[in-house]
Design a protein around this ligand. Structure first.
Ligand SMILES: Cc1cc2nc3c(=O)[nH]c(=O)nc-3n(C[C@H](O)[C@H](O)[C@H](O)COP(=O)(O)O)c2cc1C
Length: 273
């Protein structure tokens, strides 16, 4: 048996850094109480092998657990094993993502039913995979001492190459399109080619425009039921949901403003990752 400890309450969500001093205290008190044989696993905000190494060293935990870091970088465990950062380029990442799609085909079936089941996971996973940014230790090691790198707000520059721009896009329409291409392509090269074509298509330009209109503070409103379905929704025959009224949207904005003020006053990060 072992104990996993996360230095933050569920209510705090991801708005504040996990408090690893509490994890350290738990390790010390457990050891002092004579339970040194019980492994303790620390958890919270780990995105790189060097943050994992430091947390283990500083707190005395036997191991660490990663959540969002593993969803963002499925190869993170290899980085732990090698104690080295892997900075795959866009094509190498496409190969990893296609492997994931392949695992889903193996598990759920390479047919219409398998695809429907996989769609509960594959487009959703891009909410995390799209957050990937390279953080080699020699460039980011010092910064990670100030603030966990998972809290970084890296603005995506406009001059990314087309494939990188698609993979970094945070809109669910883009994630759906990427998942379709990964599912349907015959090889990693085929997937990279089709994703690049998608990057240069009017459909992706539409998504970029919508994302810009709904960026930043209003990001939550992107997830509101849309009045008209996007191209990819039309293709999948999904019906548009009901529209929220202006009053409802104003209320959501007011609630968000309150929450933002409260979290910032408590020294937290806004918006939470
Ligand atoms: C997609 C997702 C699902 C989660 N589901 C649960 C859950 O069912 N129960 C739970 O206690 N924590 C859940 N968590 C919280 C994680 O276990 C973890 O404590 C948290 O994400 C902080 O670790 P991280 O900074 O490495 O992400 C979930 C996290 C994510 C990202």
């Amino acid at each position: 048996a072992g104990i996993t400890i996360h230095g933050r309450t569920a209510q705090q969500g991801y708005s504040k850094n996990a408090d690893w001093s509490l994890v350290k205290q738990a390790v010390r008190e457990t050891r002092e109480a004579g339970y040194a044989h019980v492994p303790i696993i620390g958890n919270g905000d780990i995105l790189t092998h060097y943050e994992a190494r430091r947390r283990m060293h500083e707190t005395g935990v036997d191991s660490v657990m990663v959540g969002r870091g593993a969803l963002t970088k499925p190869w993170i465990f290899k980085e732990f094993e090698d104690d080295a950062t892997w900075t795959p380029d866009a094509k190498e990442r496409v190969a990893v993502y296609r492997t994931l799609a392949g695992y889903m085909k193996d598990h759920f079936g390479d047919d219409a039913m398998g695809r429907r089941k996989s769609w509960n996971f594959l487009p959703w996973h891009f909410e995390f995979l799209s957050r990937y940014r390279p953080y080699p230790e020699d460039e980011f090691g010092a910064q990670s001492l100030e603030q966990p790198l998972i809290q970084n707000r890296n603005v995506v520059s406009d001059d990314l190459d087309p494939l990188e721009a698609v993979l970094a896009n945070r809109c669910s329409d883009a994630h759906d399109a990427i998942a379709s291409i990964l599912w349907e392509s015959d090889s990693d090269q085929d997937a990279a080619t089709k994703l690049t074509e998608f990057a240069e298509s009017p459909a992706f330009k539409d998504i970029l425009e919508t994302g810009r209109m709904n960026s930043g503070e209003d990001k939550v409103l992107v997830n509101l039921p849309k009045g008209t379905p996007g191209k990819w929704e039309k293709r999948r025959g999904r019906n548009p949901g009901p529209k929220r009224t202006d009053e409802e949207i104003a209320q959501i904005r007011a609630e968000r403003a309150d929450k933002k003020a409260r979290i910032l006053a408590e020294g937290g990060v806004w918006p939470p990752n």
